[in-house]
Design a protein around this ligand. Structure first.
Ligand code: SF4
Ligand code: SF4
Ligand code: FES
Length: 319
């Protein structure tokens, strides 16, 4: 079948380099992947097309790029699944990280963030005399997160990293969880203290993008939520993030839906006048644009039933 691959290209070596789109129409077998198509273009049409790949089997993580607007592995994406009604597939470099050339991006920032979470076991206590046997359950629990192949797809499409490159991001935070949840690690509390700082676990907006694009089912956002639980359980409950989570849950439990007017003072603290004053212009803007939530917040009809859900959740055995 004839397929048009629309590639976003970039050559840093030309005068005034700027990204541009180029279409390539290639004849492909029904079973071809997008990576097969790109390799065919490079080998038969334009040898200057730059891309990374190695295993061609969704193992090495080197071929992550945006296909039809979302990050994925080119070797895992079948042409017949990606093709649009106009027989076209768009291919772009991964997002967030700077483009080196065509579909190749610079992973330095990705690796810096992974290294920032100290991705290695740090046992405590005297040197063990024999091997430490971790329970099957604990290792099974970690198997989902250890499946990460460091492809960077989650980082590419993280909506927070797009605007705030200081955020540690989904891959590094998922990696951090791999150690905070490992019974052999002795630095869990120190790790959580560090991850609790601004740019850490509380900066995720729970947009779910990283869960959707991860080709290995690591579900980074779920790991970030688990880190938050761990941090609160470890006593790190005074941050805005922790207080916001608690205030959110209290308010919803109370009335059955969120009282948006009260969540801000409950999060920053009613006595925290400087923080409240800092937010005043925002409140004024909301007021003048008709976005201020209702002053009188009514409970939903069956609020008792709703509270039972919270009670059951509180009483349910924790992981
Ligand atoms: S859920 Fe959080 S970490 Fe994942 S992409 Fe969205 S903002 Fe980023
Ligand atoms: S968490 Fe998933 S998307 Fe992110 S780097 Fe690992 S394998 Fe890739
Ligand atoms: S080439 Fe290795 S994951 Fe795609």
């Amino acid at each position: 079948m004839d397929v048009t691959i629309k590639v976003r290209r970039f050559d840093p070596e030309v005068e005034d380099p700027a990204p541009y789109w180029q279409d390539f129409t290639v004849d492909l077998q029904d079973s071809a992947t997008v990576l097969d198509a790109l390799i065919k273009i490079r080998e038969e049409v334009d040898g200057s097309l730059s891309l990374r790949c190695s295993c061609r089997s969704s193992i090495c993580g080197s071929c992550a790029m945006r296909i039809n607007g979302h990050a994925c592995l080119a070797c895992k994406t079948q042409v017949r699944q990606a093709i649009g009604p106009d027989n076209t597939i768009t291919v772009e470099p991964a997002g967030v990280m700077p483009v080196v050339k065509d579909l190749v991006v610079d992973f330095e920032m990705f690796w810096d963030k992974i290294m920032a979470v100290e991705p290695y076991l740090q046992p405590e206590g005297p040197e063990p005399e024999a091997e430490y046997i971790a329970s099957n359950e604990s290792m099974l629990h970690l198997s989902g997160v250890t499946a990460c192949i460091m492809c960077g797809a989650c980082v590419s499409d993280c909506t927070v990293m797009e605007v705030d490159p200081t955020f540690l991001g989904p891959a590094a935070l998922a990696k951090a969880y791999r150690f905070t949840a490992d019974p052999r690690d002795g630095k869990s509390k120190e790790r959580l203290r560090m991850l609790n700082e601004p740019t850490g676990m509380w900066d995720c907006t729970r947009c779910l993008e990283c869960v959707q694009v991860c080709p290995k089912g690591v579900a980074p956002m779920d790991r970030i939520m688990a880190l938050r639980d761990q941090a609160i359980s470890a006593g790190f409950d005074k941050t805005y993030g922790a207080r916001h989570a608690e205030a959110f849950s209290d308010l919803v439990e109370h009335s059955g839906w969120l009282d948006e007017l009260r969540i801000v003072p409950k999060t920053v603290g009613v006595a925290n006048v400087p923080a409240l004053l800092h937010l005043a212009p925002e409140a004024l803007r909301a007021l003048t644009h008709g976005k201020l939530p209702p002053i009188i917040h009514k409970k939903i009809e069956d609020v008792q039933g709703f509270r039972k859900v919270f009670k059951n959740a509180d009483e349910a055995p924790k992981e």
